[in-house]
Design a protein around this ligand. Sequence first.
Ligand SMILES: [Zn+2]
Ligand SMILES: [Zn+2]
Length: 125
Amino acid sequence: MAVSELWVCDACGDDAVLVHAQEWTPGPHAEVLPYEGTGPVGGLVNRVWCPDCRRVQPHVFVRLNPPGAHAVIAYAEAQRIGCTGTETGPCPRCGTQLIWNLEALPCAKCPQGTYHFTGEWEDAV
Ligand SMILES: [Zn+2]
Ligand SMILES: [Zn+2]
């Protein structure tokens, strides 16, 4: 089950949703596509903030080869290799280290606002 965190700008209300441990589906060209609840599971992705792109970027931390038949396989693999869903890495677009903490970081949409943690929830698959 993925856990999402909501961060909201205190000036314009722009929001950023970071996601821990979300299932993904391999696309025809090895893309990381959203998992629709059925079909092959490519693994798990964290959706983490890139301070340079000023947007959420994917960080794949479990890659099943071959893809699994059910989401539970991706979580079992994460447990086996000791992943917690807090992994980060370089931004796939610009290479900057992705970060989980947006507290007081400048808003992507307005010049004066900063983000603040607003809440989190768990999604069932
Ligand atoms: Zn803003
Ligand atoms: Zn980036």
